[in-house]
Design a protein around this ligand. Structure first.
Ligand SMILES: Cc1cc2nc3c(=O)[nH]c(=O)nc-3n(C[C@H](O)[C@H](O)[C@H](O)COP(=O)(O)OP(=O)(O)OC[C@H]3O[C@@H](n4cnc5c(N)ncnc54)[C@H](O)[C@@H]3O)c2cc1C
Length: 406
């Protein structure tokens, strides 16, 4: 382990987002001296503002969050179960359905606001004395050689460690500095997320609706998230739409917006009303050509930046951070240098195996569901019917959500 010095650590993590924090927490009990560098202030990490994202968690993620002491920091009334999920194509009432009743579990997964996940991750890490979080600290330049990694900060300070882990978002600057190529897929679309109340109960059922130009996801929330409403009458809404329409929809007057969503959904949830802000995100997916370079590893969105339609970005990031932490633990037990290429390559191989199908499969799904040629529309509707009758396919998707134990 590194000698005690304020500028040298065992591991430097760039980014105190959910991936960087869960990775640091995962390794905290090894006694390694870990430094997390984050440009945002600690006050924001401790109380992150709402960002409109409600994250659908799989059972594997929930189990890992419990193990890492993150779950206990989530407010119980902000955890919403998803009992079933339905996928619709256009205005047809036919749907492809997934139900927790067939899994032996009460729910397929659950929804938690992203700001609560960020807060819980921060609180779980903060108590470890061997983990230093340097806030208001921007990384300017990363480089590595055979012996160490070096990080230059905007303050002019220079830090070193045998291993640098980048969790600095899908637009990772350190990844470019380290010369790691990425495949980028710009969908030419945006996601607009918000919360709405509705007349009819959602029954804890998530709905994904694919229309000609828009997709609309309705994610069922518990009560009291923003405003007290009747039971099961509040949902998180994710609209994806062409870039050319995004600004107008963000600025659309309240009544018109409510009506637009209501009409899109037919009468599924009755009258709808926006509560709070609308938030927008460009839809750009990113896949790094490798997750490991010399004394450098990529985790979270910096490794795999998913399109949100299949709700896998955070889940994959958490699992990937755990994979890297597991390889580092193995190296420590064998007395191997934790920044050695054998350690990092094992992680990179494993995470690639786990993510490639999800990443490319999600992009292919988005392509099919945003192609509005009549033949594709017909195939789409037919595809839902066939998939609904295919037990192995439904079993695979359900298992992705409910985890290994299902
Ligand atoms: C609309 C939407 C809905 C989503 N829904 C789901 C879902 O249902 N399920 C799911 O699993 N996932 C979902 N996701 C994905 C999920 O939100 C992300 O995968 C996750 O937040 C990524 O975490 P991260 O830590 O990798 O990156 P980030 O959250 O981007 O964090 C990166 C951190 O690095 C810091 N940073 C960057 N550069 C520097 C620098 N140079 N110096 C210092 N600090 C730096 C940033 O300030 C930031 O704090 C959704 C995403 C969107 C946009």
């Amino acid at each position: 382990m590194a000698k005690k010095s304020t500028n040298s650590y065992d591991v430097i993590v760039i980014g105190a987002g959910p991936a960087g924090l869960s990775f640091a927490r995962d390794l905290a009990d090894t006694g390694l001296r870990i430094c997390i560098l984050e440009k945002q202030p600690a006050s924001v990490l401790a109380a992150p503002p709402l960002d409109g994202r409600d994250i659908a968690l799989t059972h594997d993620s929930m189990a890992l969050m419990r193990e890492l002491g993150m779950w206990e920091h989530l407010p119980k009334d902000e955890i919403s179960p998803i009992r079933a999920a339905r996928v619709f194509s256009s205005e047809s009432s036919y749907f492809l359905g997934f139900d927790s009743a067939h899994t032996g579990k009460k729910a397929l997964g659950c929804l938690v606001p992203n700001n609560q996940i960020r807060r819980a991750s921060y609180l779980a890490v903060k108590k470890w004395r061997n983990v230093t979080i340097r806030d208001k600290t921007e990384v300017k330049k990363v480089s590595t050689d055979e012996a160490r990694g070096t990080v230059a900060l905007s303050s002019g300070e220079v830090l070193t460690a045998p291993l640098i882990v980048a969790a600095d978002s899908r637009f990772s600057a350190s990844r470019a500095q380290m010369g790691v190529p990425v495949t980028t897929k710009d969908f030419g679309r945006w996601a607009i997320v918000c919360r709405m109340t509705h007349e009819k109960a959602h029954g804890e059922i998530a709905q994904e609706c694919f229309f000609d130009a828009w997709t609309l996801a309705i994610l069922p929330l518990q009560n009291m998230v923003i405003t007290p409403v009747q039971e099961n009458r509040q949902s998180s809404i994710v609209i994806t739409l062409p870039t050319s329409e995004a600004e107008a929809v963000m600025k659309m007057p309240l009544d018109a917006f409510n009506k637009r969503i209501e009409q899109s959904l037919g009468d599924r949830l009755g009258k709808m009303r926006l509560i709070g802000e609308r938030y927008s995100y460009p839809l750009v997916a990113v896949y790094a050509s490798t997750f490991a370079a010399q004394r450098y590893a990529l985790i979270g969105d910096a490794a795999v930046g998913m399109h949100p339609v299949t709700a896998h970005g955070y889940n994959l990031g958490l699992a990937g951070a755990h994979r890297l932490a597991t390889e580092i633990r193995k190296a420590l037990s064998l007395g191997i240098d934790i920044g050695d290429s054998t350690v990092l390559d094992a992680y990179a191989r494993d995470h690639r195996r786990a993510s490639a199908f999800l990443y490319y499969g999600t992009n292919a799904l988005v392509n099919v569901y945003t192609d509005n040629r009549p033949a594709v529309l017909a195939l789409r509707a037919l595809g839902l019917r066939i998939a609904d009758k295919l037990p192995p396919f439904k079993k695979y998707v359900t298992k992705q959500l409910t985890g290994k134990a299902a």
